[in-house]
Design a protein around this ligand. Structure first.
Ligand code: 3EB
Length: 324
């Protein structure tokens, strides 16, 4: 008899989250249900197709909890999730800075124990993200704590991975991370200043993420594109105009694809496996969906309600594309 094939996804993660660990290999599929479960995305859905964003993971699977993070680990790969309620003390902004420092260091310790030394992709939901003045804004303080965690040695982000950071109506900080031990190939966007090189005006320490990255997750290699907004250079464009912001953001998605050497002019954005839009005002969902459908025809689109990390930003996209 030939060797049994490597187990492939048969079980939907979402069918198994909760008290029971998935016992078979399956797909990591994050629910978008605005619920308390740390493995879910805390944002309300505004409609669309959420089925495509899933990560194939081979078993045997182990579900556990360590360093404040819940995780499911398979062969060479894990998905980790955390939620802390920081109390949103706007008058004590050092608390969210400390929380960022702590949760990142906890993640790095979890990675060490799992032997998965590189964050492949990370998502953050930070409530009331733009509250607070100047350098004490929650987002800026968060960036400071994250940067300080990365000042340490031997951490789990030797290469900056693609990331998303948006707000949430659920108080505190939730994070999801995909972990593996393979190198991330970061991809920047020539239309934008790299976030890690943002000028001082945006905070004492810049955001630590790449605009996109080539990552290996199980058997599949992907181009993963970070949360991408209407920013050119380092400045927000088209203040007050959601349609123009959506188009500018999609041009930035294209620029990352082009820079990743997987651009197919004839397919354009149609080469994406799926697209997700974070939308500040639920009333804008229709127009954003229309623009995405026109520019990325046939690509499954998920719409979520989320305030974004600059007050003037109305829409942000993230995307994924499997690579040959
Ligand atoms: C930007 O381009 C928009 O701080 O991890 C997008 C993706 C953004 C990730 C992060 C922030 C982050 O600056 C904001």
């Amino acid at each position: 008899m030939p060797d049994a094939p490597t187990p492939v996804a048969t079980v939907r993660w979402r069918a198994h989250l909760g008290s029971d660990a998935p016992r078979e290999p399956g797909l990591i599929h994050v629910r978008h249900a605005a619920e308390a479960n740390v493995f879910a995305c805390p944002l309300p859905s505004l409609g669309g197709d959420f089925d495509r964003e899933s990560w194939r993971i081979t078993g045997p699977l182990e579900q556990g909890h360590a360093e404040g993070w819940g995780y499911v680990a398979g062969r060479g790969m894990a998905f980790a999730a955390l939620h802390i309620d920081d109390g949103e003390h706007i008058d004590r902004p050092e608390q969210i800075q400390q929380a960022a420092f702590d949760t990142y260091n906890q993640l790095f310790r979890l990675q060490r124990s799992l032997g998965l030394g590189q964050v492949q992709r990370i998502w953050h939901w930070l409530s009331n993200v733009t509250a607070g003045e100047g350098d004490d804004e929650r987002y800026r303080r968060f960036c400071r704590g994250r940067a300080e965690a990365l000042d340490g040695h031997d951490h789990g982000m030797p290469v900056l991975p693609p990331a998303t950071l948006v707000s949430s109506h659920r108080r505190g900080l939730r994070m999801h991370a995909l972990l593996a031990d393979t190198a991330v190939v970061p991809i920047e966007n020539p239309r934008q200043v790299s976030a890690y090189a943002y000028p001082r005006d945006y905070g004492e320490r810049p955001p630590a993420f790449a605009r996109g990255g080539r990552v290996q997750l199980g058997a599949t290699s992907y181009l993963l594109i970070s949360g991408t907004a209407s920013i050119v250079g380092h400045e927000s464009r088209h203040v007050g105009d959601v349609s123009a912001q959506a188009r500018e953001a999609l041009d930035n998605v294209r620029a990352v694809m082009r820079n990743a050497d997987c651009w197919q002019a004839d397919r354009d954005l149609g080469a994406l496996e799926c697209l997700k839009a974070y939308i500040r005002d639920p009333d804008h969902a229709g127009v954003v969906a229309e623009i995405a459908a026109a520019e990325a025809p046939g690509v499954p689109l998920a719409l979520l309600h989320a305030p974004l990390c600059r007050p003037e930003l109305l829409v942000e996209f993230e995307a994924q594309m499997p690579l040959p």
